[in-house]
Design a protein around this ligand. Structure first.
Ligand code: SF4
Ligand SMILES: [Zn+2]
Ligand SMILES: [Zn+2]
Length: 310
């Protein structure tokens, strides 16, 4: 198959837009989508500190490398990569090494936050103390809070996340299936700054997962291919499968799910501008009396509470 834009061989097809591209035109098309999203999600950004969540996997590697390129001619922008070490044996150490290799190569400041030090519990310990709870539920909540705290600590004006088109389409469907309109409305990209929360953006929103992978490979970015040992229990796996099937049958479904989220978020935002309350335990932003990170921490510190509740 030939590239649609030149005589070279195509390296990828894009069924959602009926295109085939060679490596050079493919890389250019990814960069153009990321550049446009960055511009759209971060309008009127005059300079400041941009934090990038860096797990060491392909998505965050591409998010960091493209952020470096985007802000290359802006001396008034400071980039800081933030990695969270949740404490997952056999997985996280290798991803942190990849993250360090990338920040070293790109010359980006790198901050690592360890859950065991910041929260007093690691994800692996949480698995032992919260039997019957899907690890991703507390791990994801703790990581989000640690990322937000670290981004705030470095004075970040915005936090860049490496969510790709597939990730976001899955999250839209998960929130819809759970009737969780609050979370649907709070998905990145954030336009407003809520007290205590660093606004999050997702510049890879228009790039499918396999294209992020190919772009990372073609750009020779160091990233780790490992998979978290707790990932198989994640509810997201079902939604990944469903979105994949839908996209196969009806190309463009992922983009449509994102447009659905954007339209609903606009409707839901009206009249609910009060912003989040503060957690009574830790003072971080919360949607209820206590934040979800502290809900899980209380259970992890005293598993009997969980037993009594269930
Ligand atoms: S897959 Fe789940 S448990 Fe593993 S790092 Fe991600 S959120 Fe945490
Ligand atoms: Zn070409
Ligand atoms: Zn809290």
């Amino acid at each position: 198959m030939r590239c649609d834009a030149c005589p070279r061989d195509a390296v990828i097809d894009q069924p959602y837009r009926g295109a085939h591209l060679c490596s050079a035109h493919f890389s250019a098309s990814v960069w153009e989508r990321v550049r446009r999203e960055m511009h759209r999600q971060l309008p009127r950004f005059r300079g400041g500190t941009v934090a990038v969540a860096l797990s060491g996997g392909k998505d965050s590697a591409v998010a960091l490398a493209t952020a470096v390129r985007y802000f290359a001619r802006r001396p008034n922008v400071r980039l800081v990569a933030i990695s969270v070490d949740e404490g997952i044996a056999g997985y996280r150490p290798a991803t942190l090494r990849a993250a360090a290799a990338l920040t070293g190569r790109l010359g980006v400041e790198h901050v690592i936050v360890r859950a065991s030090a910041a929260l007093g519990v690691s994800t692996d310990e949480g698995v032992g103390r919260l039997p019957g709870t899907v690890p991703c539920s507390f791990c994801g909540v703790w990581r989000r809070q640690l990322l937000n705290r670290a981004a705030r600590d470095v004075g970040a004006d915005v936090l860049v996340l490496g969510f790709n088109l597939d990730d976001l389409a899955q999250t839209v469907l998960m929130n819809l299936a759970r009737a969780d309109l609050g979370r649907l409305a709070r998905m990145a990209p954030h336009r407003d700054r809520a007290p205590g929360l660093v606004p999050r953006i997702a510049p890879l929103a228009q790039v499918p997962e396999r294209e992020v992978y190919l772009y990372a490979r073609l750009s020779e970015l160091p990233f780790d291919h490992g998979e978290c040992p707790h990932a198989s229990a994640a509810a997201r796996n079902v939604f990944r499968e469903v979105v994949w099937r839908l996209e196969e049958e009806i190309p463009g479904t992922r983009h449509a799910l994102l447009r659905t989220q954007a339209a609903l978020a606009d409707l839901l935002r009206t009249g609910s501008d009060a912003g989040p309350a503060r957690c009574v335990d830790c003072g971080e932003p919360a949607t209820g009396e206590r934040c979800r990170a502290c809900d899980y921490l209380r259970l992890a510190r005293n598993p009997l509470m969980g037993a009594a509740r269930s």
